[in-house]
Design a protein around this ligand. Structure first.
Ligand SMILES: Nc1ncnc2c1ncn2[C@@H]1O[C@H](COP(=O)(O)OP(=O)(O)OP(=O)(O)O)[C@@H](O)[C@H]1O
Length: 231
């Protein structure tokens, strides 16, 4: 389980996270909802080691992650699908997937077949450049690349952003499959309430750098969630 306990995060003098605590359990999908600018990406940056926290602790299966570089967190099993995908536009699909090999030992350096069963389009586009793919295909590639490193927790930053509805469905299916088949923990941040409600087991709502609600997805008060999602 990932345990985030009372973290603060600053950009210079500006505080983006205030005493944020949450848990993401193995075999569960945990969704953090919030509108633009409330600190969702900052939370994921803190968890993946892209930005240091100024207070609080982050542990994964009891191992402290604080202070570890992103690659060391990847070795602990933290896979990250950043906002905007950040795939390499000039590398091929195959090379993008292979860039996930970095934290793996030599004998593990192969692309698991299940990536192509989940996202067949990647298999048919292996020699195409990442930059030539549509936004939805790039999102699938970014998830595939994170899967290459066999994560124990997959952290996704707004996987539905700018993506057409049919591909959002595929991505939802893939995330559910990963939870059910591997028992990994999945933590995603979103603004898209319906996607989150359909997919998540546990939901948190963030507003202005703080967690303002926590509960099971089926008991989420949709009206309250919408209030936090509109400015
Ligand atoms: N590198 C940075 N330097 C300074 N301030 C930043 C930086 N990144 C984010 N912020 C600020 O921190 C706050 C939280 O931003 P963050 O990106 O975490 O929010 P978000 O909920 O993920 O929103 P979005 O969906 O737009 O990414 C915002 O006020 C933002 O302007």
């Amino acid at each position: 389980m990932l345990t985030v306990d009372n973290i603060n995060l600053h950009y210079g003098a500006a505080q983006a996270l205030r005493g944020v605590s949450l848990k993401a359990e193995m075999g569960k999908i945990t969704c953090v909802l919030g509108r633009n600018g409330v600190g969702k990406s900052s939370l994921l940056r803190a968890i993946t080691g892209q930005h240091p926290v100024s207070a609080g602790t982050i542990r994964f299966n009891e191992a402290p992650l604080n202070g570890l570089a992103p690659y060391a967190r990847a070795k602990h099993g933290v896979g990250y699908v950043p906002q905007g995908r950040e795939i390499f536009p000039l590398l091929t699909v195959q090379e993008n997937l292979e860039s996930g090999f970095a934290p793996l030992q030599r004998k593990e350096r192969f692309i698991p077949e299940e990536i192509f069963s989940l996202f067949p389009v990647l298999g048919s586009m292996l020699s195409r450049r990442g930059g030539d793919l549509s936004g939805g295909q790039q999102q699938q590639l970014a998830i595939g690349r994170a899967m290459v490193m066999r994560p124990k927790i997959l952290v996704l930053d707004e996987p539905t952003e700018g993506i057409q509805p049919s591909i959002i469905k595929d991505i939802g299916r893939a995330i559910r499959y990963l939870r059910d088949s591997t028992g990994m923990a999945i933590l995603l941040v979103e603004q898209y309430l319906d996607f989150c409600r359909e997919l998540a087991d546990q939901v948190y709502i963030m507003d202005r750098g703080e967690i303002v609600h926590e509960g099971r997805a089926e008991s989420l008060d949709t009206e309250e969630a919408r209030r936090h999602l509109t400015v």
